[in-house]
Write a protein that binds this ligand. Sequence first.
Ligand SMILES: Cc1ncc(COP(=O)(O)O)c(C=O)c1O
Length: 360
Amino acid sequence: MATPAVLVDVGRLDRNLHAMAASTARRGLALRPHVKTHKSIEIARCQLRQGAAGISVATLGEAETFAEAGLGEIFVAYPLWIDQERAPRLRALAGQVRLTAGVDSLASVHQLAAAVRRHAKLEVPVRVLVEVDCGLRRSGVAPADAGRVAVAAARAGLAVDGVFTFPGHSYAPGMPARAAADEAAALADAADSLAAAGLPCPVRSGGSTPSAAQAAGPGDGGPVTELRPGVYAYNDAQQVILGSCTLDEVALSVLATVVSTPAPDRFVLDAGAKVLGYDRPAWVPGHGLLPAFPEATVTGLWEHHAVAVTGAGPRPAVGDRVVVVPNHVCTVVNLVDELHVVRDGQVVERWPVDARGRNS
Ligand SMILES: Cc1ncc(COP(=O)(O)O)c(C=O)c1O
C-alpha cells in the first residue's frame, strides 16, 4: 500500500457506533448523526440500522449524495441560504426525502419559503428547525428570538418542528460539561420562546461529540430531545485530548512513511497537510498524535511533509512506517478518495468517500 494512506479499523468503528447508539437510547435521546464526518453511505446505513432517527448533513451536496442512495430522512443542520442555484436542488430534495432545513433569520425563512412555493407539485412541506446560539458565537439567533423566526416560518408555510443548537465551545479542555449545560439552557429558552408565540417545539436538537455524554435528555429530566454528533464514529486526536475517547477508540488513522531523519532528534513523514489537514487548536500539542512514539511531537506541517521531534523517546528509521492520529478527522476524510479498511490487522477492502467534496 502506498503512503500516505488513510486506514479505518472497522472493529473500532463498529464499537464506536454501537456505544453512541446505546448511550443515546438509554437516555431517551434520538440520534441524528452528522455524516459530514464519514461522508459514507454504508456507515450512514449502519447508523440507521442501529436506530438513528435520520442523518444530519452540512450542505445540499451531502444531502443529494445520501438521498440518491435512498436515505429518506435528512436534516441540513446549517443556516441555509437558498439562492437561485440552490432553489431547484432544494425542491428536488424535498420531493425525494423528508427534508428539514436550518434557518436563523427572517431573510433566510422568506428565501426558503419562496423557493418551495414555486414548486406546485410539492405535497410534503419543507420542515425547518430554528438555529439558536448556545455559546459558540457562530450562527444562530439568541434563544429568546427563536419564536420570532419560527412564527415567520410558520406564516410562510414551512413546517416548524422546533429548534437546534451546536455546543461547539465544548472543543476546549474543561469545556464539554459547561457546553452541555449551555446547550440545555438555550434549547429550553428557545422552546419557551416558541411556546410564548403559540408554537409547539417537539424537536430540541443539540450535540457535539465532546458534550454528547453530558447532554441533558429526557432520561435526566433535561430539555434535549436529540443529538447530532459526527466525529464519534471515528474519533481523533482532539477527542483523545479532551477525554471523550481513548487512543484505543480511534478508528481512523493515517499511515505514513519516514522519508528523512535529518537530525538525531527529528524525523520527517510523507503525510503533510494535504492528508492530515491544518486544524490545530492552541490546546493540541502538535499536528496529530503518534501512538508508537508517544514522546514525539509533530511540530511542523507542509503540504507533503510532517516534521516530528522525538523528545526523550526513540526515533524511527528512514523507510519505517508510522501511524498518525489526525487532529480533526472530518477534514482528513474530505481530502482522500478512498479509505483502506482494516480488520484484525489486515487491509481487507477499500471504501469510497461517497460525499467527498460535496461541500456546496
Ligand atoms: C451544526 C452541527 N451539528 C453537529 C455537529 C457534529 O459535532 P461533532 O463534530 O463534535 O461530532 C457539527 C460539527 O461541526 C455541527 O456543525
